[in-house]
Design a protein around this ligand. Sequence first.
Ligand code: AP5
Length: 214
Amino acid sequence: MNIILLGPPGAGKGTQSRRLMDRYNLRQLSTGDMLRDARSFGTEVGELVSASMDAGEFVTDDIVISLIEHEISGSSKGGFIFDGFPRTLGQASALDNLLKRTKNCLDAVIEIQVNDGDLVQRITGRYSCSKCGEVYHETDSPFDQSDKCKKCDSSNLIKRADDNASSLSIRLMEYYKKTSPLIGYYYAKGILSSVNGLLDIDIVEKNIIKILEN
Ligand code: AP5
């Protein structure tokens, strides 16, 4: 099974990807995580994308497409869950071609809907584990930044450099301008479904599972 999670920054794509990945034995492909890894390893790509990421702007299509191309050529028995990719019509068409070339197809595209006001609160309060990527929020109870990650026991919960109000307003503009046309693109292909991302995390997960198992 190959699925895409679509939604604005903070909609819960990463949170739900990790849950679905475990349940269906999928490989999560998050271009945001790949780009952050490239930065922390100091690669050429990392240096190229640093400034745009901090500003909240998209990096160029050719960079993210080549990252995905590299990953897709590796195997994943259960399939892939695309988190934060594609984000432009150019990326969507490149993904169609890559999947066709590897004799695969997309089974579902799930749009997670959340309004802008809630996104600000989610993004500015987010912490993530620097080791395994598990995501937390400062309103999670109990939450303390000095606590250990519940998943991998690492004691390094960090805030992302682009998780601030000014970068978020650019990220949102980028989303509405360049990514929202994908909703029509996948609707026309008959594989788009939407879920209310304002509900509790467990309920959002159940609703996505219902769609996938229907
Ligand atoms: P990326 O890392 O993909 O960031 P994003 O799309 O902005 O998405 P986020 O990771 O911020 O949010 P999310 O939807 O995963 O939410 P999460 O589950 O963490 O990209 C970063 C940058 O890289 C981009 O700005 C761009 O520069 C570049 N980039 C990446 N991919 C690219 C591409 N394809 N093309 C071009 N450029 C690219 O949840 C957020 C918070 O909310 C958490 O605290 C969580 O606990 C909480 N939460 C989640 N669900 C719920 C719920 N149901 N109720 C209450 N709280 C919830």
